[in-house]
Design a binder for this molecule. Structure first.
Ligand SMILES: Cc1ncc(COP(=O)(O)O)c(C=O)c1O
Length: 487
């Protein structure tokens, strides 16, 4: 008997228009970007009270839902969009981003490769080529935009490890090194912790990360690197930083590159933080030698000013990455010549398969603003940091602990006659009180074992008055704290 024909009408028409005004939905979010306080302290219970957790019945108007979410973010923010936000490494995003990210969602392309998104792949390859040119990489360089610097560092180091192990690595894993000395990764003591984590995840173990000493400006010392290369038989990767997290130091890339070439060792440059400085012709000379790297990481969501998330992992020659990551499962079988543009697959050189159209927001922003204009903003950030450094040096009660090499500096409130222990406590208190006041935010770190006030300026809206205001707040709070102690 013939099967009965079911109606199979869609349960609902999910394609209907939402009837929300996009600008009206976003306008309150834009309005709250520069608002103080930057942070309002909360308990999780405070926030929970604003986040409705009833089982979703689908019976609420969209405008009410977006309004609730908007209000919650306004009530308990951490606004890296604020021009007085000087913490960690967090730019405010570009005004084109909300539109671009909405386009990404509306298209919803899966950019695993050309076959799944010819346009998304071509756009991403175009962005990669532009960024490769900034780093003076050859036209044959390839790359992939991943979710963040930690993941890009992991994948770059994985490729270096696999290349050093040789063709057996895919089958034998670390056993490919079995009769050899254990593989080692060398970086400086100022390298980002994602390097150590990469070594852990790759099964090397954190003991196999050799962190060599830095100079007085927190840059990797080439003489110490050379000693490490001579001491350890199996260095699989040297990681240099182009912008360290604590101080923005750029390692001497040209000298490091020359040493790596002499020893036949893979050079990976972590420019996750500092890469954006390459957009500025004035700052670019500071990165001389980056073109010697085998792989470079540049986070678009850091000093390229763009919204989360995107991090370029760039390869001078991507064949070792292809040797590591290539696969051709039955359901995604590649054609005979995977090197034709129409067979191009990002998943042949990186671990992700399904990927959103990450290149689109960067493509749109770079074309709309241009590298020159964004580069001027990077230089502006450096000038703001240099002005703050000059203000600090002009004050007897302030100590410039690390001068800016990019747009990061570290300082302390350090009045005469107060012992070091007290100074440590006072500086931590200053940081907390400034955050509570709401107009400025600095993050904590330690330099040579002592707490400092760390300022990282990545916002294009920061001006002289914000920098002066920060100095005034530190002095006012610091003086009040010292008064309190002496009374
Ligand atoms: C130098 C450096 N490398 C890597 C990272 C990690 O980047 P992500 O937070 O995108 O994973 C950071 C983060 O601040 C960084 O400063």
């Amino acid at each position: 008997m013939a099967a009965q024909r079911p109606a199979l009408d869609p349960a609902d028409d999910l394609t209907h228009a939402l009837n929300v005004d996009f600008d009206a939905a976003l306008e309150p979010l834009f309005a709250q970007r520069p608002r103080s306080p930057i942070v309002r302290p909360s308990t999780e219970a405070d926030v929970r009270a604003l986040i409705d957790d009833r089982w979703p019945a689908g019976d609420e108007p969209l405008a009410a839902l977006t309004a609730q979410i908007t209000q919650a973010f306004d009530a308990y923010p951490r606004r890296n969009t604020h021009p007085g936000f000087f913490g960690w490494v967090a730019p405010s995003g570009l005004p084109t981003d909300p539109l671009a990210h909405a386009m990404v969602a509306a298209i919803n392309a899966n950019v695993g490769g050309y076959w799944s998104s010819p346009v998304g792949t071509t756009i991403e390859k175009t962005v990669i080529r532009w960024l490769a040119e900034l780093a003076d990489f050859p036209a044959t360089a390839e790359g992939v935009i991943l979710s963040g610097g930690s993941i890009s560092n992991l994948c770059g180091i994985a490729t270096a490890l696999a290349r050093a192990a040789g063709p057996d690595f895919r089958e034998r894993g670390m056993a490919a090194f079995a009769n050899d000395a254990r593989p080692v990764v060398v970086c400086s003591t100022a390298a980002h912790f994602s390097i150590r984590r990469a070594a852990i995840l790759l099964g090397l173990g954190s003991d196999q990360v050799v962190a060599v000493e830095t100079d007085a400006e927190f840059r990797l010392r080439p003489d110490r690197l050379e000693a490490a290369l001579e001491q350890h038989a199996r260095v699989v990767c040297v990681v240099a930083s182009a912008g360290t997290t604590n101080t923005g130091a750029i390692d001497p890339l040209a000298e490091i590159g020359a040493l790596c070439r002499r020893h036949g060792v893979w050079l990976h440059v972590d420019a996750a933080l500092g890469g954006g400085g390459l957009m500025s012709p004035e700052l670019r000379p500071r990165y001389a030698g980056i073109e010697l790297a085998d792989s470079v990481v540049m986070d678009l969501h850091k000093w390229f000013f763009q919204s989360l998330a995107g991090s370029l992992l760039l390869y001078r020659d991507a064949e070792p990455a292809r040797d590591l990551f290539y696969d051709s499962p039955d359901y995604l079988r590649s054609g005979d010549d995977i090197h034709t543009p129409e067979q191009y697959m990002f998943f042949h050189i990186a671990p992700e398969l399904s990927r959103r159209c990450r290149g689109l927001p960067f493509y749109l922003a770079f074309r709309f603003y241009g590298f020159d204009r964004l580069g001027r903003n990077a230089l502006h950030n450096v000038e703001c940091a240099e002005y703050l450094a000059a203000l600090i040096e002009a004050e007897d009660e302030l100590e410039l602990v690390v001068a800016p090499q990019l747009s990061i500096l570290c300082f302390r409130y350090r009045p005469a006659g107060v012992d070091d222990e007290r100074i440590d406590a006072i500086n931590s208190e200053i940081r907390d009180r400034i955050q509570l006041e709401g107009d400025y935010l600095m993050s904590a770190t330690q330099i040579r074992g002592r707490p400092v006030l760390r300022v990282c300026i990545l916002n294009h809206a920061t001006r002289a008055d914000h920098v002066e205001g920060l100095r005034d707040s530190v002095l006012r709070i610091g003086r009040a704290l010292v008064d309190g102690i002496s009374r």
